[in-house]
Design a protein around this ligand. Structure first.
Ligand SMILES: [Cu+2]
Length: 189
């Protein structure tokens, strides 16, 4: 006897691109995707602070489907949420993780997918008067050099809610931002 395997083929209803684009402009709790010009901003989230820690990391992806380079130059949030927001970059330098503000913003080349993630480029919410509590929704404005401004919402999640990169590396949010970060690499020495 041979068990017959049935490949379930599901026929998706055709989606008109124009309709799809129109849907994307509405606040979509599930999709968590925002469009501005040729750019899509996907899944913005921030990591909850431990207690009332004054800094928290923010993460998202930017897809540039256009033919022109662009650049994320700034992020704004209400001052009662964070007194300052910077674009940061973490990198391993001589066996030491360092974090610096990115000078001139984050390039988003034509056709590229730029990922802001733990251990790399990220948004740094700073001077948080009350920390960031899991479950909060943080409205923010992303400012692009060419595409202009777009409103997004950062969903605040607990640490470990997702395993991105699965690196137990240095926490960028739990450390002091007054100076360049100096944390020993787990591979060093
Ligand atoms: Cu940072």
């Amino acid at each position: 006897m041979v068990a017959q395997k049935h490949a379930m083929s599901r026929i998706l209803p055709p989606l008109l691109p124009a309709v799809f684009a129109a849907l994307m402009t509405a606040p979509a709790a599930l999709a968590q995707e925002y469009d501005v010009g040729d750019l899509s901003i996907v899944d913005p989230f921030a990591l909850a602070t431990v207690g009332n820690a004054p800094v928290a990391g923010g993460y998202l992806e930017i897809v540039n489907e256009g033919e022109a380079d662009d650049r994320l130059v700034a992020i704004r949030v209400a001052p009662e949420v964070a007194g300052m927001v910077q674009l940061h970059e973490m990198r391993l330098e001589d066996g030491v993780m360092r974090m610096d503000a990115v000078a001139g913003g984050i390039p988003v080349p034509a056709g590229a997918r730029v990922v802001l993630e733990r251990g790399g480029l990220h948004v740094m919410f700073m001077r948080l008067p009350d920390g960031l509590e899991a479950g909060r929704q943080i409205p923010a404005t992303l400012v692009f050099e060419n595409a202009g401004e777009v409103e997004v919402i950062f969903a605040v999640e607990t640490r470990g809610a997702r395993q991105e990169g699965s690196q137990p590396g240095p926490s960028d949010a739990a450390t002091d931002h007054g100076t360049a970060q100096e944390q020993p690499s787990s591979h060093g020495n």
